[in-house]
Design a protein around this ligand. Structure first.
Ligand code: ATR
Length: 295
């Protein structure tokens, strides 16, 4: 527990609810290690009061805030400026207040890039992305600057096609969207350099569910990056590993998006290994056995 003094500054987490978030554990561990007299606090905000909550950041002189479900899109209208990432992804997860107003960032993009690089995963060729929701937008945008081809496969084909059209202008390569069915999946993964699962399938408590098509074998040559981190080994990761492929979970992205936020607020580099350990402890604790969200 951080010691609260008369000089302690606050960083907030806007969500609704916030009680399952591991971010307070992760951020407070990093703040303590940095010797900052700051405290990161969950601030549950009902959707109808979001604008008031953002205005209160200034009144209460908070250092900044994270934003999570369900406010990441709605909060954009409360910002004075958006980074390119936040604008293109269409979501803000980090608010940095300054004299010129609120700057809205999306650190999921940098978080994914760093996690991918930490995992040593190849993403310069064809990358297959499963899912076309909010998490996929950040992942696909991050991949646009590195992958020569991005194939987005989704249960609802039209969302995949729409996401591909939105992201194509940011890529020098091809960005295509299609239905997640057995024949498209088989063709897409053949020759892919990696596969990213951005769907929520396999997340606790539906731990046996797979965002994969029956009858399609997992290719041993395609490393998997699954954004889910609870459970730490998803059914899809098990399938990939049994086939002989490498598989990483989403803990690295969770930690790196948090580290990037802290870098923006403090101007300093936090210790990501401390943040990772705090996340794991929070996830393994009894209270977080039921964490449903990615953040
Ligand atoms: P997030 O912001 O976490 O990405 P989201 O925007 O609700 O959440 O997106 C969830 C993604 O998981 C979507 O791609 C969704 O597919 P649809 O667009 O068809 O809904 C995918 N998803 C969720 N449940 C699924 C399931 N049972 N099978 C396949 N895909 C699923």
């Amino acid at each position: 527990m951080p010691t609260i003094t008369g000089r302690t500054k606050l960083v907030g987490l806007f969500g609704w609810p916030t009680e399952h978030s591991v971010s307070p554990a992760m951020q407070n561990a990093a703040l303590a290690a940095m010797g900052l007299d700051w405290c990161y606090v969950p601030l549950p905000v009902p959707p109808s009061r979001l604008a008031d909550a953002v205005a209160a950041l200034r009144a209460l002189r908070l250092v900044g805030a994270n934003v999570t479900v369900p406010h990441k899109q709605a909060v954009m209208t409360c910002m004075d400026q958006l980074t390119d990432e936040a604008r293109v992804v269409g979501a803000v997860n980090t608010i940095v207040p300054s004299d010129s107003g609120f700057l809205g960032h999306n650190t999921d993009v940098a978080g994914f890039r760093r996690a991918l690089s930490d995992a040593g995963m190849e993403a310069s060729g064809r990358v297959v992305v499963l899912g076309a929701g909010g998490a996929a937008r950040a992942v696909v945008y991050a991949l646009c600057s590195v992958a020569s081809e991005i194939l987005i496969l989704n249960r609802t084909a039209k969302r995949a096609v729409a996401l591909a059209a939105d992201m194509a202008p940011y890529s020098a390569g091809r960005v295509l969207g299609a239905a997640l069915d057995a024949s498209t999946l088989t063709q897409s993964v053949s020759g892919a350099c990696s596969l990213v699962n951005t769907t929520s399938v396999g997340m606790w408590p539906e731990v046996d569910s797979l965002p994969w098509c029956a009858g399609v074998s997992y290719p041993s040559s395609v490393p998997l990056f699954d954004l889910v981190y609870n459970p730490q080994e998803t059914a899809l990761m098990r399938l990939a590993r049994r086939a002989g492929a490498r598989a990483e979970n989403g803990l690295g992205m969770l930690v790196h998006q948090g580290a990037e936020s802290l870098r923006l607020w403090s101007g300093r580099d936090p210790d990501v290994s401390i943040m990772r350990r705090a996340c794991l402890e929070a996830l393994e604790g009894e209270h977080h056995a039921s964490v449903p969200h990615r953040r």
